[in-house]
Design a protein around this ligand. Structure first.
Ligand SMILES: NC(=O)c1ccc[n+]([C@@H]2O[C@H](COP(=O)([O-])OP(=O)(O)OC[C@H]3O[C@@H](n4cnc5c(N)ncnc54)[C@H](OP(=O)(O)O)[C@@H]3O)[C@@H](O)[C@H]2O)c1
Length: 389
């Protein structure tokens, strides 16, 4: 069979390049790395061609906002992969992929706008028999995979909460300006208009500002200890109560960044949003980025920790699943590469629009994460000291 070819938008960015490297290492696919800087795309392709045999990579210039250029660039590609900070262009990128006859995957957090744009294409995607995958990566991407996998170890899964810790050395990271802007916009939007992120008492609800229960602490182990976390909406979590009807409680939580961002920037943003609900807050976005760079301190790590409770053989049961890696971009790219391995061998290539976390086979994905160098650890039995909250 002919090797498949993927065009990776943002292919020389942090996540895109990590993904490219994993795909070249674990599959025979060919890649086109694309972004707005031809020199960087060609240099990244040359670097990968020197590292992996077969001259399988080329670099091109492609701007996701240039809708006329997308379709010709996607022609002949098996899949367009959006690893670029272009969530606002998701509809245009997906439509161009559809017109060009290629499949699609993105790793961008689903805003309501992104979901609406992709959902609008759903009938055409199905008609054309294309496989479109959204919300790939670490988060979004892994939380519902972890819960789907853990559920297999219970007769009844009743509670599944995930805490995430992102301790990154922001000062050493180099992003596209577009990425910083997108990140600041995402945070501002979630603060201005939080989506219902906690499933409890048979309904999804927003966190109460003063409810300690809605801001539980997760123990992230040596070096980090217990950290109080805030709920964050992820589209992939929304369908879990339908999949596991015994589920009484589920949510995805994120720990804070550092004292300055959590204690100064977020309260300012919240106050700003209250006074000016339609405000843009670009200056606070800049302060957020400055605060991340200035005040993030070691130790660094990226951790997802699932605490699952339920019943097994008529007895209460507890499982912990912890997935971590110090390199947040490897942790972002590895689930996508593992998903694409399942796509490449045809296991999950089905027509439709799918959330990555719902489409993949969870056990195999976790095994592939381990092969790619990610730490995946299980623990049975309730901890001596229960989660505070
Ligand atoms: N799901 C997850 O777990 C997860 C984790 C991390 C990041 N992400 C998402 O992944 C995306 C990339 O993040 P990153 O940290 O890898 O950022 P990054 O290192 O800054 O890379 C972004 C890439 O996108 C390209 N790009 C930006 N605007 C573009 C445009 N209009 N057309 C074509 N290419 C464009 C950039 O190149 P040029 O600027 O040169 O064009 C760059 O190559 C973001 O949306 C981020 O939110 C998801």
């Amino acid at each position: 069979m002919q090797p498949k070819t993927f065009l990776v938008l943002g292919g020389y960015g942090n996540s895109g390049l990590a993904l490219a490297r994993l795909l070249l290492r674990f599959s025979d696919c060919r890649l086109v790395l694309a972004g707005r800087n031809l020199q960087r795309a060609e240099a990244a392709a040359a670097g990968l061609n020197a590292e992996f045999s077969g001259m399988r990579v080329k670099g091109i210039r492609l701007d996701a906002t240039d809708t006329a250029a997308l379709k010709p660039a996607f022609a002949g590609m098996d899949m367009a992969v959006a690893a670029s900070s272009t969530a606002r262009c998701a509809g245009a990128v997906a439509a161009a992929a559809l017109e060009a006859g290629s499949d699609y995957l993105d790793i961008q957090l689903s805003s309501e706008e992104k979901l609406a744009a992709l959902n609008a294409l759903r009938p055409q995607i199905l008609n054309a028999g294309r496989c479109f995958i959204t919300d790939g990566g670490f988060h979004p991407g892994l939380p519902a995979v972890m819960i789907r996998h853990a559920a297999q170890q219970f007769d009844r899964l009743t509670s599944a909460n995930i805490g995430s810790l992102l301790k990154v050395n922001w000062a050493d990271l180099h992003f596209s300006e577009a990425t910083l802007r997108e990140f600041a916009d995402e945070i501002t939007r979630e603060i201005a208009n939080p989506r219902p992120a906690i499933y409890r008492d048979k309904m999804w609800r927003k966190a109460g500002m003063f409810s300690a229960k809605d801001y539980p602490a997760f123990d992230f182990g040596t070096a980090f200890g217990k950290r109080r976390c805030a709920p964050m909406f992820l589209e992939e979590m929304r369908y879990l109560p339908e999949m596991f009807p015994a589920l009484q409680e589920t949510a995805f939580y994120v720990s804070g960044f550092n004292w300055f961002v959590d204690g100064v920037v977020f309260p300012l943003l919240m106050a700003g949003v209250k006074i000016h609900p339609q405000g843009k807050f670009a200056a606070l976005g800049n302060l957020l980025i400055w605060g991340l760079r200035r005040f993030s301190k070691p130790p660094y790590n990226n951790i997802l920790k699932l605490e699952a409770r339920g019943e097994k053989a008529g007895k209460p049961a507890y499982r912990e699943l912890r997935i971590s890696h110090e390199d947040g971009y490897l942790l972002t790219a590895a689930p996508v590469a593992a998903c694409l391995l399942q796509y490449l061998d045809g296991t999950i290539r089905q027509p439709g629009l799918w959330l990555m976390a719902h489409l993949v086979e969870p056990g195999r994905l976790l095994e592939d994460l381990v092969r790619m160098g990610i730490s995946v650890e299980w623990k049975k039995g309730e901890p001596a000291e229960k989660r505070v909250g």
